[in-house]
Design a protein around this ligand. Structure first.
Ligand code: NAP
Length: 295
């Protein structure tokens, strides 16, 4: 069996197109655009690139986006003051603070200050609590994108065995909660899990979010499983170039799986698209507008 490849780029393009329509409809109905603000503290070159991409992505779909830059010497109080002002600004529907922040600022202090209604990264404790409690709220972009891709190949997840490898706040835990809410029987695996290969082999849906290149071997994959590879591991090659590898040994796994996401071109593009989707969802919720069901 050779797996169906879930094309994250194409999937993300379709999500962006729907977000664009929804952002347009929002502006028509309310007279104001959907607004996203990205806060950057300091001048880490990688963070600067991420912020630029996020702002450009948003503009491309008709979301009014801007960045707020603070110097690397900014105090925690100054950053929190900016977050509070954005919380109170009705033209801003989504706020994200680019992490990591300089060491004098506590990441938790930012997350405890940011309104969960504007938390388009789905990272605040209140967003996590809403997800766990089955309440409406904004969900972390990467697991949300993974779930959408899983549902594109398995319309009903009821009763399926799902194994999530990795229990980070950003990916693994919300992924487990999303699959539980879809009535999967969820196993959360992590670095202390015993006999991971045997557990992985029970999975109808296997999500790897570990950060270890090609850790999940082909014979860990149950025949016919859906495999979602979140890992992004940059490996240096002997010729000085580098290559991006997932957490799954793709060439082996695709011989067992029914469907699989590649790296690159799988989960990554969907994460970016889901940020835009979350921003429109936040805007609709702020105005009491029902978002399009297909969004
Ligand atoms: P993280 O915070 O480092 O968490 C990694 C998780 O993997 C932890 O729960 C850890 O267990 C577990 N783990 C580590 N070694 C393991 C092992 N040998 N066996 C089983 N579990 C093990 O990472 P993350 O933020 O969740 O990200 C995971 C990967 O996804 C990274 O490669 C990251 O770059 C990538 N990522 C991609 C996207 C995207 O858009 N494509 C977005 C986010 C992250 P413990 O809890 O026991 O330590």
């Amino acid at each position: 069996m050779t797996a169906q490849v879930i094309d994250g780029k194409a999937f993300a393009a379709a999500v962006r197109a729907r977000v664009q329509d929804a952002a347009h409809a929002f502006k028509k109905e309310t007279g104001t655009p959907v607004g996203l603000t990205v806060v950057l503290v300091g001048n880490d070159p990688a963070s600067e690139i991420y912020v630029r991409l996020k702002v450009a992505d948003a503009r491309e779909v008709g979301i009014e986006s801007r960045d707020v830059k603070l110097p690397a010497t900014a105090t925690e109080a100054e950053v929190l003051d900016v977050v509070r002002k954005l919380n109170a600004d009705p033209s801003v529907h989504g706020v994200l603070v680019q992490f990591p922040v300089p060491s004098q600022i506590r990441q938790e202090a930012i997350l405890d200050t940011l309104s969960p209604d504007k938390d388009v990264d789905g990272l605040t404790t209140l967003s996590a609590g809403r997800l766990t409690s089955g309440r409406p709220g904004l969900v972390s972009c990467t697991p949300q994108g993974c779930l959408m891709m899983i549902k594109s190949v398995r319309s009903k997840l009821d009763g399926l065995n799902a194994v999530v490898i990795g229990r980070s706040q950003l990916v693994g835990k919300p992924m487990g909660q999303l699959l539980l809410a879809e009535n999967c029987t969820v196993t959360m695996a992590h670095s202390k899990t015993r006999d991971l290969a045997t557990i992985a082999r029970t999975a109808d849906i296997l999500v790897a979010a570990v950060g270890r290149a090609e850790m999940v071997k082909g014979d860990w994959v149950k025949p016919g499983a859906v495999v979602i590879d979140v890992g992004m591991n940059r490996i240096e090659l002997p010729d000085g170039k580098s290559k991006l590898l997932g957490d799954v040994a793709y060439n082996e796994a695709k011989e067992h799986a029914a469907a699989i996401t590649p790296v690159p071109g799988g989960v990554g593009p969907m994460t970016r698209a889901c940020l835009l989707r979350n921003t429109v969802l936040a805007a609709c919720a702020a105005k009491g507008i029902r978002p399009p069901t297909e969004l």
